[in-house]
Design a protein around this ligand. Sequence first.
Ligand code: PEP
Ligand code: MG
Length: 578
Amino acid sequence: MKQKNIILNGIAASSGVAIGKVFILEEDDLVAVKKDVPVNKINREFARLRIAVRQTKADLERNYAELNKMLGENYAKIADAHILILNDPMIGKEVIDCVKQGNTAEFAIYTVVKKFSKSFDAIEDEYFRERKNDMIDVAKKVTAHLLGKSKKTLADLEENSIVVAKNIMPSDTVAMRENMVGGFATDLGGKTSHTALVARSLEIPAVVGLKNVSYHVKQGMPIIIDGNNGIVILDPTEETINNYKREYEIQFSNRKALEQFKDLPAVTTDGTEVQLGANIETPKEIRSVLRHGANGIGLYRSEFMYLTGSSMPTEEEHYQNYIQIAKMMMPYDVIIRTMDLGGDKIAKLGFMEVGREANPFMGLRAIRFCLKYPEIFKIQLKGILRASVCGNIKIMYPMISSVAEIKAANKILEQAKEELRIEGKLFNENIKVGAMIEVPSAALITDLIAREVDFLSIGTNDLIQYTIAVDRVNANITHLYNPMHPAILRLLKWIIDCAHQAGVDVGMCGEMAGDPSYTVVLLGLGLDEFSMSAAQIPQVKKIIRSVSKEKAKILVTKLLECSSMAEIETEMKKFKYI
Ligand code: PEP
Ligand code: MG
């Protein structure tokens, strides 16, 4: 039969190309038919339920241990949450009552989950929707044991399978063996969903948010994942396969060729050296960071610590997490960004008023939340301070919009230090403190902010969206989200010049820093440190080592005179490295 080349567009969650066969990760529907159980058989029903719950608990515990070993404790907590649901007394009581009324165990589970799901739906809160999915996931596992069925899992994978699913449940991540899974495609999920995080940290090409890919596929069907462009091609033609094979080979040989740069400095042909750091979200990524030759961690998004547990992390948990990273990264620096959470994510931890905001990205998030709840902020600061005994940790505040916020944050930092002194706990008295420049108001007063900090880091992901007023995740206006807007260029120049006049180093940790198309421009603007996902480092380093800073500066002078993105792009295309 003729191939069809069905192209589906989604969100590019993890870069790279993968060609393989579809492996459908089945999602059994949770359904059960009502069947009356005679009074003398009810005890037997209870026994069935007990055994199934015990078996599910054993599965989840095994799952926890494997997750912990493979991806670290933060991910393992996800399995822990499922165990908590399994032990939930309220759900348990309702199921038992339903069985007592003469129903089968599977029908009781089905009825109770349906009832609880309705209450979750009524709340209409993203966090609770997630909890609903967790509850359904656990219910399916117990039902599968009751029915003696075992679901096809990722452990059944053949090499280079491409996993297609509605959504990949956290528990399924256990079986993602690096050399087995070729790529992923899911109906649900965004760039920062759990699936995307895992795919990026394992360097597996992935496209998420495809809406209905699971509806279109058949088991074993040929499929291509283009994680660079957020495209999935089903039933590709020979020609398409050959094109992508070439791209795959280029990608493979490029990666190999870039290995030679791993231990070389990022220095221009006329002798300017810059630092290339990595952005991480979990300690698990450190191995990849070191493998790609990073000079440190330019951004540790500490939020993940808050997202995996069901309560706020303790000072000890913060400390253990940071000291582990600091030790592994010795002698390089590690910049820990204090938590940048808001909206539904904070609501999850019990701050319901925040979850109801109409525009959470411009709401009570990041430093604003921390300044409103200083006791919570202090717990993280104390954890960071204690880990700073290693000597290579720096603190960075996110979403700073004024000098007053830095002063207020530093005041809480001083209180945290004083408490540690009283408690007799050691820390680095001279820990360096920096601010992110990612809000236009902060950018415009960089000269004033630079006086208050030891370093600055430009968060272009947010800075671009707020400067151009273009939502960074809105697919309808992605064409407007362009780092080469003349306003962005001018703003970057202003920030970098102000920082240098104040004698402060300035880095960049937004996605722009890792995009090779902008490396020369950023060099010409005078950026001191670039921080990006580890896998991008070798490519950016290669460019830096092949260009002179003088030439890059001349290019920037020309670009700053352009009045449109089109003119800027034309000038950039004309640029010759040598
Ligand atoms: C940024 O805004 O550029 C940034 C690095 O922060 P995040 O992407 O976590 O918002
Ligand atoms: Mg940001």
